[in-house]
Design a protein around this ligand. Structure first.
Ligand SMILES: Cc1ncc(COP(=O)(O)O)c(C=O)c1O
Length: 492
């Protein structure tokens, strides 16, 4: 119990100590970051090895640790036992290299610790978030006078839009008509839609999976047929999802045509641009991307192609009132000025961190031109990778779209007797094992996709550290490791 006017809280730190520890931490992190390209992408240790190295099995200590040593040791251990998505040869999933100004922005955001649920608690932060949302809309060619907010990532951004759509149309109509709500998305749509359908109460059985064409884009004629069939059966279409850059191959749905179908049917048109949305800013990208401007809502992910450190997603809705209709309640214990923006009214979160700062700082640091150049460079590097893959005699290029290249290793010495489906299954098995070895090896990190039933390797570049040397090195590494895998499998 404090008995006088000075309190010595265990967590408090005087300014001189904070300054010293902060400088030491920044020095150490700067050295570690500079060393990342020279080391492996990952050490791929087993969970038990990581627990042992970081001494993570003990119970909660009763007494504390000296903070300078604590920070220095933790930093060292984290850099020794992590995977680096900022490594120039990290091409897995869709996780970007983090912008250094975003790292510093996170420190600044935590120092202020504004609660961005309401303006009164976060005046400057709220206005910075509003400008960030407008700038994001501007960058991708979406109306900047609509609604939107930052959320944790692509899943949440899509879910926020999904719930706004449901509240705006389908839900009421379904109630009156007694029909079942339906949502429409291509079979290549990311798995967020199943979670959204479940959380919204529609249920994943309410998803109408629309087939794709040869380029893995939504078959719009099939969408029309499904809408007509469902309407005739008394069901209520709630929204159609177009994907602007699919998770597996980067395919962009025919967004212009889908927009037309949605207008004809009076259905909410949502675009999942979590991965590819920002490419709408660059001339290199498919023209269809630009039609995201016609959508009722768009999800984009600054922690993908704006290179924001995790986490940062963004939901954009043409009409801000649609967000308020879905999320605004006025409990008696809040007294917020209705003339200001209170983000608690626009999304599912109550207390909210200052995610916008890291995104805003990066946008301001390099401007729209800086982003257009980095995104275009990633796309060009992916095309160069596809060229290098197609020139390699042991690799087979499968797709190249936006900044994703898919391919597989095909051993040259497969027995002649192995033909048809049996041969394909053997190549799948080799590539599955090859992926495992590549991910454990640490030389280069790729992930996988299943395309038209076949298992393929997948390299995605949302990484401003990657160079032409890195992408041209990939085929040689994959083929070398592939030969080892193939030799064992073919002999099996
Ligand atoms: C097209 C698409 N939508 C949604 C998501 C989910 O985004 P997040 O992982 O940020 O939640 C992803 C992730 O890769 C994606 O590629």
């Amino acid at each position: 119990m404090t008995t006088d006017s000075t309190r010595q809280a265990a967590l408090a730190m005087d300014a001189a100590t904070f300054r010293t520890l902060g400088h030491q931490l920044v020095d150490q992190v700067a050295d570690c970051l500079a060393a990342v390209p020279r080391g492996p992408v990952t050490r791929a240790e087993a969970p038990s090895a990581v627990r042992a190295a970081l001494d993570l099995t003990g119970s909660l200590p009763e007494s504390g640790t000296e903070p300078a040593r604590l920070l220095a040791e933790t930093t060292k251990l984290l850099f020794e036992h992590s995977l680096f998505n900022g490594h120039p040869r990290f091409f897995g999933y869709i996780t970007s290299s983090p912008a250094p100004i975003g790292m510093l922005g996170d420190l600044l955001a935590s120092a202020l610790n504004p609660n961005c649920g309401s303006f009164i608690l976060a005046p400057a932060a709220t206005e910075i978030e509003s400008q960030t949302v407008r700038w994001i809309a501007e960058l991708i060619g979406y109306p900047a006078d609509g609604g939107g907010l930052l959320v944790s990532g692509g899943n949440m951004a899509n879910m926020v839009c999904f719930l706004a759509a449901q509240r705006a149309g389908g839900a009421g109509e379904a109630g009156r008509a007694g029909g079942a709500l339906r949502v429409y998305a291509s079979v290549e749509t990311h798995t967020w839609i199943q979670k959204a359908a479940d959380l919204s109460g529609i249920g994943s059985d309410g998803i109408r999976w629309i087939p794709t064409d040869a380029q893995l884009r939504m078959d719009v004629a099939a969408l029309r047929r499904q809408l007509d069939t469902d309407r005739a059966a008394g069901d209520v279409p709630s929204l159609v999802v177009g994907t602007a850059g699919s998770v597996s191959t980067g395919a962009v749905d025919p967004l212009r045509e889908i927009a037309t179908v949605c207008r004809e049917h009076g259905v909410w048109f949502h675009v999942d641009g979590a991965y590819g949305g920002f490419a709408a800013a660059v001339p290199e990208a498919p023209d269809d991307l630009r039609a995201l401007s016609e959508a009722d809502s768009v999800a984009v992910d600054p922690h993908k192609w704006l290179y924001a450190p995790l986490e940062a997603g963004c939901a954009l809705v043409r009409d801000a009132e649609k967000l308020r209709a879905a999320f605004s309640y006025h409990p008696p214990y809040y007294h917020f000025d209705e003339r200001a923006t209170n983000y608690v009214d626009y999304g599912p979160q109550n207390s909210r961190g200052f995610r916008a700062l890291k995104v805003w700082l990066a946008l301001k640091q390099v401007g729209a031109a800086g982003y257009r150049k980095m995104i275009a460079d990633d796309i060009h590097l992916s095309r160069a990778m596809a060229d290098a893959v197609s020139r390699h005699p042991e690799l087979e290029l499968v797709t190249q779209d936006l900044s994703i290249t898919t391919f597989r290793y095909v051993p040259r010495d497969l027995p002649q007797s192995l033909q048809g489906e049996e041969r394909e299954r053997q190549i799948d098995a080799i590539n599955r094992e090859l992926l495992d070895r590549l991910q454990r090896g640490g030389e280069v990190f790729v992930s996988n996709a299943v395309i038209r039933g076949r298992y393929v390797l997948r390299a995605c570049i949302v990484n401003f550290h990657t160079t032409l040397t890195d992408v041209e090195a990939l085929p040689g590494i994959v083929a070398r490791v592939g030969r080892d895998v193939g030799a064992v499998k073919v002999a099996d």
